[in-house]
Design a protein around this ligand. Structure first.
Ligand code: MN
Length: 232
């Protein structure tokens, strides 16, 4: 068997301390998972069930550790926002995973940017239309090297931050999530069978804002990865 057209390469992330890559299957994202960010987006941060959206696997921009990747400023927007997020990588398949067993499904962690065409997202929200043009565009998910759980363990608290041109813009702690990582895995696996290679972007703390050409975005989660890009 051969393909009638050549398939694209499998999207993948770098792995801390290894020459091997983590093959990406799907990218799931959680909306409004920190109370202060929900408020800044005009929502009431009550503990309603989490909601999810997706980015295509090839929206991932894999950033080698210690390097700065170039992030093209996308078309059709005048309000290109950063959102620093903890990314959770899934190790094995599961459906309807109980929260108290969800840690077994975590392969590792890294820092990622849920880049957003905020003006397009707002227009789609207002019309009750899908968010893809605001969220799921090319290069919209820069991510650093994965830190395997085999090296760092399961983590429930760690400072998360984003600097723009060396100025702190976002600051929080992953223990401030409305829905914890095990709860997210449990809820998401009710709707989709999770598979090895899936990534979950777990939401952003407050302080989101616009990036312009030339900006350097540098973010991370203490002990769990960093991501650095320059907007071009
Ligand atoms: Mn987000």
């Amino acid at each position: 068997m051969s393909y009638v057209i050549d398939p694209d390469p499998v999207p993948s992330l770098y792995v801390h301390g290894s020459p091997d890559r983590f093959a990406v299957r799907r990218v799931y994202c959680v909306g409004r998972n920190y109370a202060a960010h929900a408020r800044e987006m005009g929502s009431d941060p009550t503990r309603e069930a989490p909601f999810f959206f997706c980015k295509p696997a090839d929206a991932v921009l894999a950033v080698p550790e210690g390097q700065t990747a170039l992030l093209p400023y996308p078309g059709q927007t005048a309000d290109f926002h950063y959102e620093i997020e903890l990314v959770v990588a899934i190790a094995k398949a599961g459906i309807e995973i109980p929260a108290d067993r969800a840690d077994e499904y975590v392969w590792g962690y890294t820092a990622g940017l849920d880049m957003t065409r905020r003006d397009l997202q707002a227009q789609m929200k207002a019309k009750g239309r899908p968010w893809e043009i605001g969220k799921a565009f090319d290069h919209s998910a820069p991510m650093g090297a994965l830190y395997p759980v085999s090296k760092v363990g399961i983590r429930t608290g760690a400072p998360i931050y984003l600097d723009v041109n060396g100025v702190r813009k976002q600051s929080g702690n992953i223990d401030q999530m409305i829905w914890s990582v095990p709860e997210i895995i449990s809820q998401l696996s009710r709707y989709f069978e999770l598979r090895p290679g899936d990534l979950i972007m777990t939401g952003t703390p407050e302080g989101v804002g616009p990036a312009v050409k030339g900006d350097v975005l540098q973010g991370g989660i203490e002990g769990l990865g960093t991501v650095q890009v320059q907007v071009t």
